[in-house]
Design a binder for this molecule. Structure first.
Ligand SMILES: [Zn+2]
Ligand SMILES: [Zn+2]
Length: 661
């Protein structure tokens, strides 16, 4: 899915954002939501940081201060990241890929990969920075800052254009296939003339790769799996990409006079892992001005349908967005109807039929008399059917209708209940922000505690050492002491935890011996290599990790990357039993290209008595706000705050980390 993205980079760089960004103009109402937007009650949506500065007056430091102030006011970090940043990040990722493909300087390519991550993770709007300001972004030196300036002035970067001219577009497309790097893509092109994904699939099936150096039967199988994964995901975008696009469009529609309410519905409101198309719902007595404004949005590359009830556009990236405008009186029934899922709605309509009622997007009606009973709010509709209001994240016909009829819906965990993040990185390893910046951003989110968990040494490319880790521990302790002496927004100082993200080796052992691990406040342990182990070995591997008394959380348990890497093959029932038995939590990793665990596994693990940690796995300050996607995923797995260890007060959390030692 992430065409231009470097490994481990942000999903905001997926092609959809890239193309959307290229038609970017400053969206209407970029700052605070309009009155209409506020009425919409969008789930877990905070207002974005209002820009207060003109570009001339704005320096890097000023923006940092500006965002800091906004965050303390409870806004800021959850707003969409600047599209200019995304656009530049995509350019740099592509440049790095092109350098690899053309056999350019590998060191230079890595610098641009790093700059891409850094720029994508930068929390301010780079379009507002001058050259000196740009150079303060980690990984951005003079040459890279100049390219950003060139891009801002001209809309292109000459060095990238020159390389693009040397590489057929299909070859770049090939690098999107999981398990195929730029070098091998070039080899396929040079030796077999393969320049598209379709041609590659045909060539594998015709056995043409068999004599090619470096391509065995196993890699053919992997490539076919990768192509399948890519094609299954095509046409769908990651949750954050859809959320950012929908946020901008809802704000634009909300700003039109006559718009009384506007929000998104559909799979996005249900917070599915990937989104096929976006459904926007608005209430107005006259739909015409809303429809006209929507069809005229800069994002609308194509208007597919335009009518008084519904207008559909397609963005340049191929994402379809439907706007439906309904009469204010039937808002509740319409929102219920267009939120879905289809299966949920079928189940709800069956309940209505049993009560001699008929439910449609216009309201709940008496079947015999045809009289309208309720339609104004979702709550009324569900209540009249004898049910509690069902949170959108549960509406998948997975037992929620029955639970709502019995008054037994779970009291779902919310973002506000999260007291701290237990899995985050800094620039000591592959993060792009310093310890101080990450901690300041965490404090502005109102957390009570915050864990720094940089990578352990066995992930060799991170170049971690025992000495570096101990030095960081000192820094964390110092910073913690300084924080204790300063009052924060909620009056309680932020407590810092020093942790690490261990690597679960093929045999289940981790990076350091027990006596060193004992010095950490907590350890997350994750699979970062040997993804292809057979089920039995993989299961043994995880269980050994769980049995380690110093492993507290299993990070991103399936190790999948949505659309890019399949989940590992593990006996989940056994893993869940081991977690419950040893008191090891499973992570719900909130990064939108992971969302790991998947919701059905969360439910099964919960049934087995497992506890969970919802973590951002942030590699930049902007990533901390991804937590909301993890909360959505946890809700889809029916989790309550009691199931989630990082909603607990710190003393209880520390008790959990003792693991019966
Ligand atoms: Zn990891
Ligand atoms: Zn991590």
């Amino acid at each position: 899915m992430c065409a231009a993205a470097a490994p481990g980079s942000l999903p905001v760089m997926s092609p959809s954002t890239v193309v959307m960004a290229s038609s970017w103009v400053r969206p209407v109402n970029r700052g605070r939501s309009s009155p209409c937007g506020r009425k919409s009650g969008m789930p877990m949506h905070r207002q974005s940081c209002p820009r207060r500065m003109s570009s001339a007056a704005c320096t890097y430091d000023a923006i940092v201060r500006c965002s800091g102030r906004c965050h303390r006011q409870g806004a800021g970090q959850n707003g969409p990241v600047s599209r200019f940043n995304d656009e530049v990040a995509a350019q740099f990722s592509e440049y790095a890929d092109l350098l690899h493909i053309t056999g350019g300087d590998a060191f230079r390519a890595r610098n641009y990969e790093k700059a891409a991550r850094s720029v994508a993770g930068y929390s301010g709007d780079m379009a507002l920075l001058d050259a000196a300001g740009l150079r303060q972004i980690p990984g951005v030196g003079t040459s890279i800052a100049n390219k950003i300036g060139e891009y801002q002035r001209t809309g292109t970067i000459r060095a990238i254009e020159e390389l693009r001219a040397q590489v057929p577009p299909g070859v770049l497309q090939l690098t999107r296939i999981p398990a195929l790097g730029p070098k091998r893509a070039l080899q396929l092109y040079q030796e077999l003339g393969i320049s598209s994904i379709g041609e590659l699939a045909d060539a594998i099936k015709a056995g043409r790769l068999q004599d090619l150096k470096g391509f065995g039967a196993k890699s053919e199988e992997k490539l076919l799996r990768g192509i399948e994964l890519l094609q299954r995901g095509s046409g769908r975008v990651l949750l954050n990409v859809a959320t950012n696009a929908a946020t901008a469009m809802v704000a634009a529609v909300s700003a039109i006079p006559g718009c009384l309410r506007c929000t998104w519905a559909g799979s996005l409101r249900r917070m599915r892992e990937t989104i096929g198309d976006i459904d926007i719902l608005a209430a107005a007595t006259d739909s015409a001005p809303l429809m006209a404004a929507f069809a005229g949005l800069p994002e609308a590359a194509e208007v597919i349908a335009a009518g008084p009830a519904k207008t559909s556009i397609r963005t340049a990236a191929g994402l379809q967005v439907d706007l439906r405008v309904v009469q204010p009186d039937c808002w509740g029934a319409a929102l219920q109807y267009f939120t879905g899922s289809k299966e949920h709605n079928v189940a709800v309509r069956e309940i209505a039929v049993r009560k001699k009622l008929r439910l449609s997007e216009y309201g709940l009606f008496d079947t015999e008399s045809g009289e309208l009973i309720v339609s104004r709010t979702e709550e009324e509709v569900y209540r009249r059917l004898g049910m509690d209001w069902i949170p959108p994240t549960l509406r998948e016909d997975a037992g929620e209708v029955r639970a709502a009829l019995r008054g037994e819906l779970p009291d779902l965990v919310t973002e506000e209940q999260i007291r701290g993040d237990l899995h985050t990185h800094t620039s000591l390893t592959d993060g792009v922000a310093s310890l101080e910046d990450m901690v300041a951003a965490a404090a502005s989110r109102g957390y009570s505690y915050y864990a720094v968990t940089d990578h352990a040494p066995n992930l060799f490319m991170q170049r971690m050492t025992t000495e570096k880790m101990l030095a960081q521990r000192e820094e964390v302790r110092d910073l913690s002491a300084r924080l204790a002496s300063t009052a924060t927004a909620n009056g309680q100082p932020l407590e810092l935890l020093h942790g690490t993200e261990l690597n679960i080796g093929p045999d289940g052992t981790v990076d350091w011996p027990p006596e060193f691990l004992a010095g950490f406040d907590l350890c997350v342990a994750s699979v970062h290599s040997h993804f292809d182990q057979p089920r039995q070995e993989m299961t043994r591997r995880f269980i050994t990790a769980c049995e380690n008394p110093y492993v507290h959380v299993i990070g991103h348990p399936t190790a999948r990357k949505i659309g890019r890497r399949p989940p590992v093959d593990v006996d989940f029932a056994e893993l869940f039993r081991a977690c419950a038995r040893t008191g090891t939590a499973l992570e719900v990793n909130a990064h939108p290209d992971r969302l790991d665990l998947p919701a059905d596994h969360i439910r099964a693990a919960n049934d087995a008595g497992v506890k969970f940690a919802i973590d951002s796995d942030a590699h930049s300050t902007a990533h901390l706000a991804n937590l909301r996607y993890g909360v959505g995923q946890a809700q889809r797995g029916w989790l309550t705050p009691g199931d989630v260890i990082n909603t607990w007060p710190l003393p209880e959390l520390r008790e959990f980390f003792r693991k019966d030692r």
